[in-house]
Design a protein around this ligand. Structure first.
Ligand code: DGT
Ligand code: CA
Ligand code: CA
Ligand code: ZN
Length: 585
């Protein structure tokens, strides 16, 4: 079945979650809503993929997943076999599409959105803005001054990122497109280009290139694929679509002999290409999406290069430049001097020092996480459950740390063959002190500190707070330093030079949080941290077994020019242990 390979527990979970949101908007029976939410959560943490459950025992077997009853089992079957749920499509049509944007504003969620829809008939972010500006929320129950302030800021952030999408969503869609195109008869190559290929953390649209003997077949297969909301354009060698997710994708069918030139051109960035063309002009050649020619655009001479990207760069005297470096941030000088970094690759990763278990808010047990990490080929991990005063009942406290350590010991005994550190992700409090007592921290082998609140402090306060935290003798790492949530919450304001200087002085590593919602430290910040002499980590921040992937974090690390030598989690296990002993002076 064609659709099968697109399915995964997380996309099924997303579909059920959307149903729950729509039912909440419609103020339906809370038990019904809760049933969808429970199954969505269960699927996120479920070890076996639903396709394989279904393949082995049909609808009956699907009911093994916690919370799945007859009705949801049938919807999952429909999803597995057809790739969609008709009930969801029908429900989706019952609510204004703009409300999905409103729900995504930080602090809004489906319940508050339902209230605004019912009370003020808002149908999109602009309407919410008007309601807020007119002061209609002032004094209403459940809408304190602070939450209105947050809402205003949330709207600003949303507006400034309008039309951009998280990288993981874009990558998922792009891979779907490539699978469809590569199956077309006569297809020679299909690749994605643009910001997605450059590893950017958010993407405006997907750019895909293909070549093959039958351009028409490629175009037809593309516009006929699943989950398309709109075909925006369709010509002989170009087409553009918008998926249900809202993301747009451009397909260009190009001649095989100029595939490399097209790939180089459409990978960008624009700034990189401008600089490359300048370099061409200085050498008397013209570069465009068809190739490198002698002479000017008007008087075209001999074709020098077009088949591969290597040829294009070689034609202006440069080695091939990795896509993640193509931002005109010094890569031309480095390339000309033979000094391009050998950027870190996913296969270089040996450890993961940020993950959660059921001891705090994770969906899987320590044993399950350790097994999954071992199966993924990791040599060492730290379990870093939350230690936080924020509304979380569970997690590490001064009072229960011994219980936590015993649980990690048990996991260690249960999963031999992977080294497991007892760690913690400890909240940095408002004044820069930590949520756990020093005696407690001293019992932990890996302490990563992070900010989960007080995002709006002044730059001075935030800087002092972070400097204090990274200077702490028992803190090994600073997690998601800027606390940004992509497209939702802007980074906190701090003097990063001061923070990284202090981190380097005190041997505290800086994390690149690989969660696709964060990717924090950003490429720019991570590169600056390296320049200050900090080591970096790439941590999954996994709350599920599936969450252990770090591919997006690796892309960010490459964009930061990091080599494997800059990354703690690339160290061999014994080298890591030595580093851990000596990093904190
Ligand atoms: P995005 O989609 O906003 O995340 O960013 P990109 O970089 O994917 O930008 P996009 O989709 O507009 O174009 C893809 C690449 O194609 C871009 O990085 C460079 C190339 N390109 C497109 N239009 C132009 C242009 O007008 N001039 C130049 N020099 N390059 C262009
Ligand atoms: Ca693009
Ligand atoms: Ca584009
Ligand atoms: Zn965190």
């Amino acid at each position: 079945m064609d659709r099968m390979e697109d399915m995964s527990n997380s996309s099924a979970a997303a579909a059920l979650q959307t149903i729950a949101k729509i039912l909440t908007l419609q103020e339906e029976n809370p038990f019904k809503i809760r049933a969808y939410e429970r199954v969505a959560q269960a699927l996120e943490g479920h070890a076996e993929e639903i396709e394989s459950i279904y393949a082995r025992g049909g609808v009956k077997a699907l009911r093994e997943v916690p919370g799945v009853g007859e009705d949801i089992a049938l919807k999952l079957e429909e999803f597995i076999t057809t790739g969609k749920i008709v009930y969801l499509e029908k429900k989706r049509a019952e609510v204004p599409a703009g409300l999905f944007d409103v729900m995504e504003i930080p602090g809004m969620g489906p319940k508050k959105t339902a209230f605004l829809w019912k009370t003020f008939t808002v149908t999109g972010i602009e309407d919410v803005e008007k309601v807020v500006a007119a002061g209609k929320l002032d004094g209403l129950k459940g809408w304190g001054e602070k939450s209105i302030e947050n809402l205003k800021r949330g709207i600003e952030v949303r507006k400034s990122h309008a039309g951009r999408f998280l990288r993981d969503i874009a990558l998922h869609e792009a891979e779907r497109v490539l699978r469809v195109l590569r199956k077309v008869k006569g297809c020679e190559r299909a690749e994605y280009a643009g910001s997605l290929r450059r590893g950017k953390e958010t993407v405006g649209d997907i750019d895909v290139l293909a070549c093959g003997s039958d351009a028409e077949a490629l175009i037809e297969a593309f516009v006929a694929m699943g989950d398309i909301a709109d075909v925006l354009a369709k010509g002989d060698t170009r087409a553009a679509v918008r998926f249900e997710s809202g993301l747009q994708c451009d397909l260009r069918v190009v001649p095989a002999e100029s595939f490399g030139a097209a790939l180089q051109y459409f990978t960008g960035s624009k700034e990189h290409n401008v600089r490359l063309r300048q370099r061409g002009i200085e050498r008397g050649v013209t570069i465009n999406e068809y190739g490198v020619h002698k002479g000017s655009a008007e008087i075209k001479g001999e074709l020098l290069a077009s088949e591969t990207e290597e040829d294009v760069y070689a034609a202006v005297g440069l080695p091939w430049i990795p896509p993640t470096l193509r931002e005109n941030r010094g890569e031309f000088d480095a390339a000309a001097e033979g000094a391009l970094p050998i950027v870190v690759e996913e296969r270089d990763l040996r450890g993961d020092l940020h993950m959660h278990s059921t001891f705090s808010d994770g969906a899987a047990t320590m044993v399950e996480m350790a097994r999954a990490a071992k199966d993924a080929g990791l040599e060492y991990i730290a379990i870093t459950d939350h230690a936080s005063p924020m509304g979380m009942v569970r997690g590490i406290k001064d009072a229960n740390v011994d219980e936590y350590l015993a649980a990690v010991d048990e996991a260690r005994a249960a999963v031999p063959g992977i080294h497991i550190l007892a760690g913690a992700e400890v909240d940095i409090l408002q004044d820069g002190s930590l949520y756990l007592h020093d005696d407690t921290l001293a019992k932990l082998a890996w302490v990563t500190a992070s900010i989960h609140g007080y995002f709006a402090l002044s730059k001075e306060e935030q800087t002092a707070r972070l400097v204090k935290a990274v200077s702490h003798p028992l803190v090994h790492c600073l997690s998601h330093p800027s606390a940004r949530e992509l497209l939702r919450r802007d980074p906190i304001d701090a003097d990063w030079d001061a923070v990284f200087a202090a981190a380097a002085e005190h041997g505290t590593a800086i994390e690149i949080n690989a969660s696709p919602q964060r990717l924090d430290a950003s490429d720019v910040l991570a590169r600056r941290a390296k320049e200050y002499g900090c080591m970096l980590t790439i941590g999954s921040d996994a709350h599920t077994m599936q969450g252990l992937s770090k591919i997006h974090g690796v892309a960010t690390a490459q964009r930061a020019w990091l080599t494997k030598g800059d990354v703690v989690t690339c160290l061999e296990r014994d080298v890591f242990q030595k580093w851990l002993l000596h990093a904190k002076k």
